[in-house]
Design a binder for this molecule. Structure first.
Ligand code: ZN
Length: 192
């Protein structure tokens, strides 16, 4: 099974429906999922719920729900999927939870430029003094992987198929981003 195809499937079929509901309720577009490494089956998917709690980013909210499951596999056996490159809080949460990886679809720069959400990069710069891309993507705890890079590394004809799939996912997020930006004036999220 192609890991890139499976990750696009999970974002498209498992995360996006939750995010569409979340954005309708005034939340941001960020979502996450946790998969088993061995068969890439879904353990849980989740989405941002900052209207309930500004710490419920897609990743942290998904981790909260993961630990509320009656039984959850050890994180060493799992992949962490983030629709957007995690912010520093979420990166730390993924670290503290014991994951040795995360996979993301949109980059920090995409969050700033395409989604008008600059806070990830602002916090990196203001709190940690880091320029974009300045954190250690491979370190003693985990390795960060870009899903678009996995897609680009596939052989043809799969690469062309997955590039089209990637575009369809980006188009769905573009609609959600407009919806969020139009709704955010009325919300109480500190970094909206
Ligand atoms: Zn976050």
């Amino acid at each position: 099974m192609s890991l890139a195809r499976r990750l696009l499937d999970v974002i498209d079929l498992d995360v996006l429906p939750l995010t569409e509901r979340g954005v309708s309720a005034g939340n941001k577009v960020f979502g996450a999922a946790i998969l088993r490494k061995d068969d890439l089956s879904l353990v849980i998917a989740g989405t941002n719920d900052e209207t309930s709690n500004p710490l419920w980013h897609g990743e942290v909210h998904t981790l909260k729900q993961f630990y509320e499951l009656p039984q959850h596999p050890p994180t060493a056996e799992l992949l962490f999927v983030s629709t957007h490159e995690p912010c520093t809080m979420c990166m730390s949460a993924i670290t503290w939870a014991g994951f040795d990886n995360f996979y993301y679809f949109f980059s920090h720069e995409d969050s700033r430029d395409a989604f008008a959400i600059p806070h990830d990069l602002l916090i990196l710069k203001e709190v940690f003094g880091l320029e974009p891309g300045g954190y250690r993507r491979t370190n003693a705890f985990w390795t960060a992987y870009s899903i678009p890079e996995l897609v680009s590394a596939e052989e043809e004809p799969l690469r062309t198929e997955l590039l089209a799939r990637r575009q369809l996912i980006e188009d769905r997020y573009a609609v959600l981003s407009v919806q969020y930006q139009e709704s955010k004036d009325g919300n109480e999220i500190p970094l909206s």
